[in-house]
Design a protein around this ligand. Structure first.
Ligand SMILES: O=P(O)(O)OC[C@H]1O[C@](O)(CO)[C@@H](O)[C@@H]1O
Ligand SMILES: [Fe+2]
Length: 183
């Protein structure tokens, strides 16, 4: 696809080849407070985030995706993406904030970093870093991500152990805390 159009207000791509909707029920075991998550699933199973992507498979090609993270919390933990390593670990990713406020959490082995995201902020996710986006704002957090077509998504170890840090709301602001479940 040689050209496309992003509705910057709604954060929707005019054309996309892949679309993923992640509801509360898709996030089992990703949050600290599973009881709060189970309750949320029973009370309407809301959408946590949506991904609209244009993918090009070949190495050397680029894919891009708009992710719309809805505002909300599970217990005191903000809505977030699952997070992943790239199957090809040496593929990086570029994030451009389009709307709202969030945090980009990145981890390589024991090294963990987090960077605030907002409209116009460009953040580079270096190769070998797992990455997760968190909506710390009151409205949708929307960002564009550009990544190699052959990067792939490896959810395995993140689904199993999470990241070393969790992001919760504390006194009306976000706080980055040690993940008690991180071994
Ligand atoms: O794949 P996850 O971890 O659920 O994150 C959602 C999306 O965020 C991105 O990293 C950037 O849009 C996509 O590659 C990914 O599908
Ligand atoms: Fe990625």
């Amino acid at each position: 696809m040689l050209s496309n159009y992003i509705d910057l207000e709604k954060g929707i791509l005019e054309n996309y080849t892949e679309n993923v909707i992640r509801r509360a029920s898709d996030m089992l075991n990703f949050y600290q407070d599973n009881e709060a998550l189970e309750k949320m699933i029973k009370n309407g199973n809301p959408t946590i985030y949506e991904v609209y992507a244009v993918t090009h498979e070949g190495g050397g090609e680029l894919s891009y995706a708009i992710t719309i993270l809805h505002p909300g919390k599970v217990g005191n933990e903000y809505f977030m993406t699952k997070g992943h390593y790239h199957e090809k670990r040496d593929r990086g990713e570029l994030y451009i904030g389009l709307k709202g406020n969030g945090l980009l959490l990145m981890q390589k082995g024991e090294e963990i970093r987090w960077i605030e995201m907002e409209r116009g902020k460009i953040v580079y996710v270096p190769p070998y870093f797992a990455h997760r986006s968190i909506n710390t704002g009151n409205g949708n957090f929307v960002f564009l991500a550009i990544y190699p077509g052959d990067a792939g998504h490896d959810y395995g170890s993140i689904a199993e152990k999470g990241f070393a840090k969790i992001v919760i709301e504390e006194n009306g602001n976000y706080a980055v805390k040690d993940n008690p479940r991180w071994k």
